[in-house]
Ligand binder design. Sequence first.
Ligand SMILES: Nc1nc2c(c(=O)[nH]1)N[C@H]1C(S)=C(S)[C@@H](COP(=O)(O)O)O[C@H]1N2
Ligand SMILES: [Mo]
Length: 171
Amino acid sequence: MSRLSPPPGPTAVRGAPTDGPSAARRFLISGQLHHPLALTVADLRTRWPQRHAPVVFDCATNGPQHHTFDGPLLRDVLDVAGPAFDARRRKDRSRFLLTVTGGDGHHTVLSWAEIDADFGDAPILLATAMDGQPLDAAGCQLVVPSDRCGARYISAITGIWVGTCPAPDGP
Ligand SMILES: Nc1nc2c(c(=O)[nH]1)N[C@H]1C(S)=C(S)[C@@H](COP(=O)(O)O)O[C@H]1N2
Ligand SMILES: [Mo]
C-alpha cells in the first residue's frame, strides 16, 4: 500500500528508513535556522575541527566520572546551521535557547548565551568519541565541561532544536 511508504524527497536526507539498515544514523538540528542539518557522527568528525576535553562530572547515582571526549564545538556546528537571529546584535542572540534530546527521551536545555563568545563562551562539545572510542554507533554526546553534574551530558543525541520562546506576560 502506497500510504505505508515514506514519501520521496526531504525525508531521505534526514535518515529516514529509506536509507536502509546499514546507513549511519543521523541526528537533526532544527528550529529557527537558515540551514537545518541532518548529520552523522562521521560528519561531525570530518566537517569541523576537533577539540579534546578531559572532564570530570558527578553523577547523583554513580559518583564522580572521569572521561575524555573528542569532537567539534557545538557553537561551530550551529554557526553552519545559521540561527535566525541578527548575529551583529548581542541582545538578539541572547534570546535564543537550545534543547538537546537523547534517544531515550532524556533532554535538556541550554541558552545560546552559554556558548556565545560574548557571553559564557563555554567550550561545549558534540562528542564523536569517548575515551578514544568512536561514538558512530551510539550517537554523539553533549559535553559540558563547566557543569559539575553529569545530567546534561546527553548521550545518543537524536535532535537539537534552536529557537526563542515567547516573552512572558509582563506584571
Ligand atoms: N540520553 C541520555 N543521556 C544521559 C542520561 C540519560 O539518562 N539519557 N543521563 C545523564 C546523567 S544523569 C549522567 S551522570 C551522564 C552519565 O551517565 P552514565 O554514566 O549512566 O552514562 O549521562 C547523562 N546523559
Ligand atoms: Mo547522573
